[in-house]
Design a binder for this molecule. Structure first.
Ligand SMILES: [Zn+2]
Ligand SMILES: [Zn+2]
Length: 139
C-alpha cells in the first residue's frame, strides 16, 4: 500500500533527524539515510522534511546563507550560526523574549512563531584564525 510505504519512509526520516544533533540540511539527512536505507529518494526525503516542518513536527531553521536546516528539538530555543563554517548550534535561554502579542497588535498579524538567529564565529573557527590560513575549511 502506498499509504503504508509513506508512513515507513516518514518514520525513517524522523528517526534519522532525531539522531542528528547538528541541525542538518535536507541533503545531510538524505546522505545519512543513504548510508542505512538506500531505497528512499532525495526528493522523498525533501518532501517529508518539508511536510513535517509544515505540520510543526520538526523545526525549520532558516539560514540567511545556504540551505535551510532542520531540527528535531521542538523545545523553545534559539540558534547561533557560525559565519565561517555555517554550523548552527542551540542557544537555550532561561527567558526567551516573546513579543508575539505586541508585534501582532502593532502590525496586524496573527503571529504564529518567531525565529531568533545569533551570528558569530565558533570556537573552532576562532582558533584556526590564529593560523596562517584565512580560508577555513568547513567544520
Ligand atoms: Zn565555525
Ligand atoms: Zn536547534
Amino acid at each position: 500500500m502506498m499509504e503504508r510505504r509513506n508512513t515507513v519512509q516518514q518514520e525513517i526520516v524522523a528517526q534519522t533527524l532525531r539522531e542528528m544533533h547538528d541541525h542538518p540540511t535536507a541533503d545531510a539527512v538524505y546522505i545519512e539515510i543513504c548510508n542505512k536505507h538506500s531505497t528512499i529518494s532525495r526528493a522523498t526525503v525533501f518532501r517529508i522534511l518539508n511536510r513535517m516542518a509544515e505540520e510543526g513536527r520538526i523545526l525549520r531553521v532558516s539560514n540567511s546563507s545556504g540551505a535551510d536546516r532542520f531540527d528535531y528539538n521542538m523545545e523553545k530555543h534559539c540558534h547561533v550560526r557560525c559565519k565561517k563554517c555555517g554550523r548552527i548550534g542551540d542557544v537555550i535561554m532561561k527567558k526567551l523574549p516573546e513579543p508575539e502579542k505586541e508585534i501582532g497588535c502593532a502590525y496586524g498579524y496573527r503571529i504564529t512563531g518567531h525565529a531568533l538567529l545569533f551570528e558569530g564565529i565558533c570556537e573552532e573557527c576562532d582558533k584556526s584564525v590564529e593560523g596562517n590560513d584565512t580560508d577555513v575549511a568547513p567544520c
